[in-house]
Design a protein around this ligand. Sequence first.
Ligand SMILES: [Fe+2]
Length: 309
Amino acid sequence: MAMTGVLRPGHVAVRVLDLDEAVKFYGDVMGLVETGRDDMGRVYFKCWDEQDHSSYIIREAEQAGVDFVGFKVLDTATLDKLEKGLNAYGVETRRLEAGDLLETGERVRFTLPSGHEFELYAEKTKVGNGMGLTNPAPWYTQSEHGIAPVRLDHMLLYGPDIAKVKAIFEDVLGFFLVERVLAEDNETEAGIWLSCSHKVHDIAFVEYPEPGKLHHTSFLMDSWERVLRAGDIMSMNEVAVDIGPTRHGITRGCTIYAWDPSGNRFETFMGGYHPYPDYETITWTWDNFAQGLDYPQRKLHESFLTIVS
Ligand SMILES: [Fe+2]
């Protein structure tokens, strides 16, 4: 599949309660690479195998949660085109200046019906993955430091009006619906898993009355062994674990969910399949949702379903 339009989740900006504690957690336990700090007090990180400057940005605040989610698009012409498309669809946008976010070009920001601040951008400084572009080694010391995910993979967001959110992603941004969970009426969509690529999801939403909530940020691991190793590191560091290691029925992803010290849930994830845009959507019915959530245990984990930041 030719990759055009919206490429991938590029960055997520998350609020933490104690910046020093969070920097230590994301640097040493998660094993992200710190790449910068700005005059607004934000600290920038990337995963070791990412080429762009930053993908995970934190700032200190009174309340945990997500400030905004950014997706990278192919180029500035694509950015202009998508902005026009959003406006024509009735979505109001505003431009944020280049450099307002460190090493990042102009951003097109809008509010989703779910209450999340969402943005598109075309440019971010490439800092490389530390191994160069000529005869690169497959890994280096940073890829063994802490949990060390290879890249930011996706976000699951909770908020209202996900039917309207889906329409924007499908009709304007070029995403397709990979999987969905039906509500008790077996008709309304309670959860949607959307892809703009070959990935089983690039972003997902669950219907929830409160707007703008973060369920989790997901980090990709190279293998099931690396997910289990992440679980070992979580235990060594007394990280609060929610569920896993296990496998979802939904997306077939293999996973552990845990919380950062501020209560932001994150996922160490691998697996799933590789859908194309012509694949038909997979549906999970409400009465079988326990398998969708945790395939081996077939259990509706209360904490997983109700705790968001
Ligand atoms: Fe996930």
